[in-house]
Write a protein that binds this ligand. Structure first.
Ligand SMILES: [Zn+2]
Ligand SMILES: [Zn+2]
Length: 252
């Protein structure tokens, strides 16, 4: 069985939701994105944060990565002064991951002497395995000059796709092809679309074109709260639609 817990369904600044973060439990405990306030929600799940072996980033806008700083600094303190232990950590992400993290680990106080092995891995559109879990990253279209990945996770005959941040694009439809669940960037309501993200109607369109079983709407800008985004997506997609909330768990 695969379990996906939504650690954050909002964006950078949102009055009630944490920003992007998804805990995926298969034979592994994986974290996809680590935006502001998601670390606090991770603690609420009861999952041991030191048991996370891999963190996979879609891209490095702050709403997807800023809690990594808090997470890593805490891990350093816990292992140095509080008798804690943890195994290696692998950080996976798009082009630019190595340069960004090498800079951090060369310059940020508290990061320059990691107390456990830390590896960085840049990925693009090739699948790879972590244990028995298959990860299929796919480049999606988001901001110009920024490599952004969506991720598809396959385990035990089930597949979940996570868009990262994306506009409507062919690769996003491919990423979600026949997925049991597609978790999509629903920044905007359909009647108030904006740049570099999907709106609710496009989320429905992607789910329909991909023949996904279930659509999970997430990554809401505060503007999206003022409209019925589920109904807007349902005009395009006849399958089950869920509006994400923080700490919701989806079992596949
Ligand atoms: Zn972004
Ligand atoms: Zn975002």
């Amino acid at each position: 069985m695969m379990r996906v817990t939504i650690l954050g369904s909002g964006t950078n600044l949102h009055p009630t939701r944490a920003a992007a973060g998804y805990l995926v439990r298969t034979d592994q405990t994986l974290l996809f994105d680590f935006g502001p306030r998601t670390l606090t929600n991770l603690l609420k799940t009861g999952v041991d944060r030191h048991a996370i072996t891999h963190i996979l980033f879609s891209h490095f806008h702050a709403d997807h990565c800023s809690d990594f700083l808090t997470f890593f600094f805490d891990a350093q303190i816990v292992t140095k002064y509080q008798g804690g232990t943890r195994g290696p950590l692998t950080v996976i992400g798009p082009h630019g991951t190595e340069r960004l993290f090498r800079t951090l680990f060369e310059t940020l106080p508290g990061f320059t002497e990691p107390r456990f092995a830390v590896r960085f891995k840049e990925v693009s559109d090739r699948p790879f395995k972590i244990g028995d879990t298959t990860i299929r990253p796919r480049t999606v279209t988001h901001s110009p000059d920024l490599h952004c990945l969506g991720y598809r996770v396959e385990y035990g005959g089930k597949a979940v796709a996570y868009s990262g941040d994306s506009e409507y694009c062919e690769n996003l439809v491919r990423l979600c092809g026949d997925a049991d669940a597609a978790i999509l960037d629903c920044s905007y309501p359909a009647n108030r679309p904006g740049p570099v993200h999907l709106h609710a109607g496009q989320c429905g369109q992607v789910a329909r074109e991909a023949a996904a079983t279930r659509l999970i709407l997430s990554h809401f800008y505060p503007l999206a709260e003022r409209y019925d985004v589920t109904a807007q997506a349902a005009e395009e997609f006849g399958g089950r639609i869920t509006k994400a909330s923080d700490l919701m768990t989806i079992r596949l």
